[in-house]
Design a protein around this ligand. Structure first.
Ligand SMILES: [Zn+2]
Length: 328
């Protein structure tokens, strides 16, 4: 898409072989502090695809921030054979310093796409990504985590009926892939309308850095760069990816204190005990059973739960896909 010489971001031109940091002004806080998006650009001397790696769209989802920060500091992008990388480690700086998912006006950037420059701060941030970044991008990964008490096993999600997104997911050589409908007004939705494959990575929970999750995220970025011949390294081992087409929540059958028997990252059979919920007065214990077989992709971490709370996120209806590593 972006051939040889013209790579312009925020009026700053990046010739082949150059790199740099661009600040995109999104708005101002009531205190007068400016809120910017910091985007790193890395260009190879040779033409090729442009990849976007984006973290911290939700400011408290710090595993994604760390994944991209490490890739930058470990020089993943500094000597590309071909193509370009745009790396945005932390989109929502306000959320990050405020330990919050949202921007100051309480809005969610990932529910504000395609956005507007006359809208709220969330909407402006979304607009900058839509208008300034996406037109330069051929593919990307948007890094997220679960919520405050929701732990996600590291997984990739792609948009149904978007073949390029599925191909991209398989190029990561990652084992746990979920076909998941796009959320309205999300980055993935607007990228779909622009025919740009964007994967969503989900791993761990908010406000917690986890080496295991960070390592998986880095591995995904590295495998993509290798499989697009953007960096030279031994081809990653072919793996059997499982693509799950459906997911469902197992909900708490009772309120009380919960003892978990299972956690995300493993298979469960129908009828297996997932957890035991007890009342504080030693009157009752209720077992929670799996209503279907599947792979647990996320689990609640709460110790006290209410009836109906989503406890286990189970993926099912899967098919296997052996990654064939294509080289040029
Ligand atoms: Zn998120």
């Amino acid at each position: 898409m972006n051939e040889e010489n013209h790579f312009i971001l925020q009026n700053q031109e990046f010739p082949p072989g150059s790199s740099g940091l661009v600040r995109l002004q999104a708005g101002k806080l009531p205190s007068g502090n400016r809120i910017s998006i910091f985007a790193y650009v890395f260009r190879s001397k040779n033409p090729g695809p442009t990849a976007l790696f984006l973290g911290g769209m939700h400011g408290d989802e710090i595993n994604g921030v760390e994944i991209i920060r490490r890739c930058i500091s470990e020089n993943y992008f500094t000597n590309l054979n071909c193509g370009n990388v745009i790396a945005i480690p932390l989109l929502n700086i306000f959320g990050f310093i405020n330990f919050s998912r949202d921007v100051p006006d309480g809005k969610d950037v990932n529910r504000s796409f395609p956005g507007s420059m006359s809208g709220s701060l969330a909407s402006r941030m979304a607009r900058l990504i839509t208008k300034k970044i996406l037109p330069l991008v051929d593919f990307g990964v948007d890094f997220h985590t679960g919520g405050e008490a929701l732990w996600n096993f590291p997984q990739l999600r792609f948009t149904p009926k978007h073949q390029e997104a599925k191909d991209l997911a398989l190029k990561t050589n990652y084992e746990v892939v979920i076909e998941k409908a796009v959320v309205s007004k999300s980055l993935r939705k607007v990228a779909r309308t622009m025919q740009i494959p964007i994967l969503v990575f989900e791993g761990g929970e908010s406000l917690r850095l986890e080496p295991f999750v960070v390592q998986k995220g880095q591995q995904i970025i590295r495998n993509l760069l290798i499989n697009y011949n953007m960096i030279t390294a031994p081809k990653p081992t072919a793996v059997i990816s499982k693509i799950f087409r459906k997911t469902d929540w197992e909900r708490a059958p009772e309120s009380g204190m919960i003892t978990y028997s299972r956690q995300a990252g493993s298979y469960v059979k129908e009828g297996e005990v997932l957890a035991v919920i007890s009342d504080p007065f030693a009157q009752r214990e209720v077992r929670m059973y799996a209503s279907r077989a599947g792979f647990i992709i996320g689990n609640n971490n709460a110790s006290v739960v209410n009836i109906g709370d989503g406890m286990f996120h189970i993926a099912y209806d899967d098919y296997k896909f052996v990654n064939s590593i294509r080289s040029k």
